[in-house]
Design a binder for this molecule. Structure first.
Ligand SMILES: *[C@@H]1O[C@H](CO)[C@@H](O)[C@H](O)[C@H]1NC(C)=O
Ligand SMILES: *[C@@H]1O[C@H](CO)[C@@H](O)[C@H](O)[C@H]1NC(C)=O
Ligand SMILES: *[C@@H]1O[C@H](CO)[C@@H](O)[C@H](O)[C@H]1NC(C)=O
Ligand SMILES: *[C@@H]1O[C@H](CO)[C@@H](O)[C@H](O)[C@H]1NC(C)=O
Ligand SMILES: [Zn+2]
Length: 463
């Protein structure tokens, strides 16, 4: 009798523990809408629960991926055929790709490891946080771990400060914010690589970039969501907020979608104006009000504090995927942005970065305001930071790839991605200095004079 009850309990416990969402047999199709009507049909397949789109918004002629469960497959094919929409199966079994992503990349040596960490596989939150703690122990005079706040589920939002020169008079500050969106695993893999380079690189320019600026780097600002992508739902994007819980089952989407706020729509600048949703059952739910979420508030408060402590020079928000360097502002056009801020300079800085990035492996990044290269959106962190601090350079960077794997980028691409991003960062910094936003030993009076002469020369010829 006792044993029986125990067995039943065990079964219940096992059942609860295995509530991990799996995608066995789920196919991924690439569809290309040729007109607004076809686009509408594709959006409706999601609304009707036939499939889940990989991108929240897309344009006519964009290739968009859509995940389709086995039991919906025939319905999906019928809908596409009936409407004469081109489709192509690009992944036969999504779970296989999810499992593959957890495997280490093969390698011939361990040269890329640093303390307990390497970049041949993706790491859990605990591994990342443990590594940050080790850095403080190993670089006591340079690295300080910082907790900027706590998440809804009370996890620390932990990052580090890198400061080679605590006694300097004017502190130039750079901040890198990673993983507002939970499922974008390449982001913490990139942020941690940047930290490694700033601490260990022997390249003189890299060392100068690390030392000229006091860096604040937070690989995972949405820790609850990140953990959730490991334990339960690999494709999760939002935080785990339940405040606005409404059952979404009736709308045809996964009922779990009822939880969570899109943190990159929750900031207090142009909040809910465009490209954000007031419907909790969507992936771009902006929250009940601006800065409603503790994670977004923590980032905002931290940025305001930094802005009082020194001169903020760089703000980079890292995301994936689509290979973009996005320049503010996201809710308006480039022309309108140029009237408000140093848009032209930021655009040039981003273009130079993207050109340099391409040199190593040929990877192409596009540059511009979100409305031009993605879609208009509002309530994002990097726009808010630009507006509130007028930091000279504030970019949202969408890392690899273009959608072949999307959020499921194989571990073998981590290091190539990181190498090209470092190339871009160095070039971004060179250009920022060349345009006079700050000076360091590496751009002395002579190069400034050269620039002035060159500018006059160009102006004469262009006019
Ligand atoms: C998500 O947002 C809710 C507020 O709606 C908040 O209470 C919760 O802590 C957030 N969860 C995470 C993981 O940030
Ligand atoms: C910092 O400023 C003080 C006076 O404001 C000056 O005496 C000192 O030389 C400066 N130190 C550096 C490193 O520039
Ligand atoms: C979300 O919850 C808040 C109260 O916490 C409420 O004011 C707001 O109207 C709700 N929003 C939606 C879309 O349900
Ligand atoms: C910030 O936004 C406000 C309101 O849109 C605008 O008036 C102001 O010029 C902006 N400031 C900057 C630096 O963009
Ligand atoms: Zn994102």
């Amino acid at each position: 009798m006792f044993l029986k009850i125990f067995t039943v309990l065990l079964i219940i416990v096992t059942f609860v523990n295995t509530s991990k969402v799996t995608f066995n047999g789920h196919r991924v199709y690439k569809v290309i809408p040729n007109n607004d009507n076809e686009k509408e049909v594709i959006i409706n397949t999601q609304k009707q629960g036939i499939g889940e789109l990989w991108l929240d918004q897309f344009d006519v002629r964009d290739g968009v991926r859509i995940t389709v469960a086995p039991e919906k497959n025939q319905q999906f094919l019928d809908t596409m055929n009936k409407n004469d929409i081109e489709y192509k199966e690009v992944i036969a079994d999504l779970q296989q790709v999810i499992d593959d992503q957890l495997k280490s990349a093969s390698r011939s040596d361990r040269s890329t490891s640093f303390l307990s960490f390497d970049w041949d596989r993706y790491h859990t939150l605990d591994e990342i946080y443990n590594w940050l703690d080790q850095l403080q122990v190993n670089y006591p005079n340079i690295v300080t771990t910082v907790v900027m706040g706590r998440s809804v589920e009370n996890r620390e939002i932990k990052g580090i400060k890198i400061n080679y020169n605590p006694n300097r008079n004017t502190t130039l500050i750079g901040m890198i914010e990673g993983t507002l969106h939970a499922r974008e695993w390449i982001v913490p893999a990139t942020a941690t690589w940047i930290i490694k380079e700033f601490l260990t690189s022997t390249d003189p320019e890299m060392k100068a970039l690390a030392k000229n600026i006091e860096w604040h780097i937070f690989p995972v600002v949405n820790p609850d969501g990140y953990v959730y992508t490991f334990t339960t739902h690999r494709m999760w994007r939002k935080n785990r907020s339940t405040r606005n819980f409404t059952s979404c089952a009736s709308t045809g989407v996964d009922d779990d979608m009822s939880n969570g706020v899109d943190l990159n729509r929750n900031f207090d600048f142009a909040w809910m104006e465009v490209g954000a949703s007031d419907n909790p059952c969507t992936n771009t739910f902006a929250g009940p009000f601006a800065l409603s979420e503790p994670e977004a508030r923590a980032v905002a408060d931290y940025v305001l504090t930094l802005n009082n402590q020194g001169r903020l020079i760089y703000y980079f928000g890292l995301h994936s995927y689509t290979q973009l360097i996005v320049v503010p502002y996201s809710h308006i056009t480039a022309e309108e942005s140029a009237k408000l801020i140093n848009y032209a300079d930021m655009y040039e800085i981003a273009v130079r970065g993207a050109e340099k990035l391409k040199e190593r492996f040929g990877t192409e990044y596009r540059v511009g305001v979100s409305a031009d290269i993605m879609y208009p959106m509002s309530g994002t962190s990097f726009d808010w930071v630009k507006n509130v601090t007028d930091v000279p350079v504030s970019f949202l960077i969408e890392l690899r790839d273009l959608g072949e794997y999307g959020f499921l980028l194989p571990a073998s691409q981590i290091i190539p991605n990181n190498l090209e991003i470092m190339d871009a960062l160095l070039e971004i910094d060179r250009t920022t200095r060349r345009l006079g936003y700050y000076y360091s030993g590496t751009n002395n009076l002579i190069s400034s004079l050269t620039l002035i002469v060159f500018s006059i020369f160009v102006k004469l010829f262009v006019n």
